[in-house]
Write a protein that binds this ligand. Structure first.
Ligand code: TRP
Ligand code: SF4
Length: 328
C-alpha cells in the first residue's frame, strides 16, 4: 500500500512560475511514488472571496488545465473538486463542535489576513473556520502526507490537533497527517516582491515568449548599474535570482561576468527570458492542445469525484458511528 497524499489549491485562475517551482513540481514528482489526491479548493476560495463568485468555474478550468499541462496525470493521481464531495460539510460540522474559538483566533494566518484583507470584509464565520475545512479535506480522504508551503504549517498542526481530540473523545478514528514541506519558491516577481497574481508581477505558465521577454526586460536589476560599463552586484538583482532557478546558466560564471561588467543587463535578461520560454514551450503546447478539447476538465473532475466520494462517505460513516450519530 502506497502512502496517501492530499493537497489542494484555491482556484485562482492561471498559475505562475512561483507555483511551478514551489509546490507543483513536488506534486508531479509525488504522483509517481504515492497515492495522490489533488483537489480544487473552491469552498476555500469562498472564505475570502464570497462576494463575486462568477469566476469560480472559469478559474477552476484554467487552473486544472495548468496542472495537466505541467504534468499532473489523471492516470497517476486523482484530480477532483472539493465542492463535488458532499460528505465534507457534514464532517466540518462535527469538527466545528470540538474546535475552540481560541484556537481559531490564534491561527497566525487568520490574524494576518484579517489585517491585510480588511477591505474585503473577511470578518466572517466562514473565514474564521477555514482551518476546520482544511482539516476535513485532509482527514476525509485518510491522508498521511500533505505537501504544503511553510505558510500552511499552522493549519496542518490544527488538523493534527483536531484528529487527536476526536480520537480521544470518540475512539481512534483518524491518523495524524504529516507535512511534506515544499521548497519555498525563490522565484521573485517582476517587481522583486514575492511572485503573486494579486501583485500583478507574475510570469504565467502559458505566457507567450514575447510576453515573457517583455516582463523580464521590465525587471529591476542592480540599481547601482546605470551604464553598461558599471560593475554589477548580482546578489541584489532579482534577474539573478531567476537565473539561479534554471540550470542552463552557470550562476558562478554569470556572477563573475556581471561583477566585471562583461555582460550587459539587456543581454543577460534576454538570455534568461529565452530559457524560460524554451522551458515552458512543451507546457504551452500541451495546454493549447488540452484547451482545444472543451470537455476535458469536466470529465477529469467527474471521474476524480467518483473515486473520492465513496472514500469520503466511508470515513464520514466511521466518524458518525464513533460519535453515535444517527443511532437509536
Ligand atoms: N489552505 C490551502 C491554501 O490556501 C489550500 C488547501 C485547502 C489545502 N485544503 C487543503 C492544502 C488541504 C493542503 C491540504 O493554499
Ligand atoms: Fe542582474 Fe544580469 Fe544585470 Fe547582473 S547582468 S545586474 S545579473 S541583469
Amino acid at each position: 500500500m502506497k502512502d496517501r497524499v492530499v493537497s489542494g489549491y484555491r482556484p485562482s485562475g492561471r498559475l505562475h512560475l512561483g507555483h511551478y517551482h514551489g509546490n507543483l513540481k513536488t506534486m508531479t514528482r509525488l504522483q509517481e511514488t504515492h497515492d495522490c489526491y489533488f483537489f480544487v479548493a473552491d469552498w476555500h476560495a469562498l472564505t475570502t472571496d464570497y462576494r463575486d463568485t462568477s469566476m469560480l468555474g472559469a478559474f477552476t478550468t484554467e487552473m486544472v488545465l495548468d496542472w495537466l499541462a505541467a504534468g499532473l496525470d489523471p492516470e497517476k493521481c486523482t484530480v477532483y473538486r472539493q465542492s463535488d464531495i458532499e460528505s465534507i460539510p457534514e464532517l466540518v460540522l462535527y469538527f466545528s463542535m470540538i474546535t475552540t474559538l481560541g484556537e481559531l483566533e490564534r491561527c497566525p494566518t487568520y490574524k494576518e489576513q484579517l489585517r491585510e484583507l480588511d477591505s474585503r470584509g473577511v470578518n466572517t464565520y466562514g473565514f474564521l473556520g477555514y482551518p476546520v475545512l482544511m482539516a476535513t479535506d485532509i482527514l476525509i480522504v485518510d491522508a498521511e502526507l500533505v505537501p504544503v508551503g511553510e505558510d500552511q504549517l499552522p493549519h496542518l498542526e490544527m488538523t493534527r490537533e483536531i484528529a487527536r481530540r476526536f480520537n480521544s473523545l470518540y475512539g481512534p478514528t483518524f491518523p495524524e497527517p504529516k507535512p511534506i514541506l515544499s521548497p519555498a519558491s525563490k522565484i521573485p516577481g517582476t517587481d522583486g516582491r514575492k511572485m503573486s497574481k494579486s501583485y500583478d508581477n507574475d510570469i504565467r505558465l502559458d505566457d507567450e515568449p514575447g510576453e515573457i521577454l517583455r516582463k523580464v526586460r521590465r525587471m529591476i536589476t542592480d540599481p547601482a548599474r546605470v551604464r553598461r560599463q558599471d560593475r554589477g552586484h548580482p546578489n541584489v538583482c532579482s534577474v539573478f535570482q531567476l537565473i539561479k532557478a534554471y540550470p542552463e546558466v552557470d550562476p558562478v560564471k554569470r556572477s563573475g561576468e556581471c561583477k566585471e561588467a562583461l555582460i550587459g543587463c539587456t543581454d543577460c535578461k534576454d538570455e534568461i527570458a529565452g530559457i524560460i520560454a524554451d522551458d515552458m514551450e512543451g507546457l504551452r503546447s500541451r495546454r493549447a492542445e488540452l484547451a482545444g478539447n472543451p470537455g476535458v476538465v469536466g470529465e477529469i473532475l467527474e471521474s476524480g469525484a467518483a473515486v473520492v466520494r465513496p472514500i469520503a462517505e466511508e470515513i464520514l460513516g466511521l466518524a458518525r458511528d464513533a460519535m453515535s450519530i444517527g443511532t437509536l
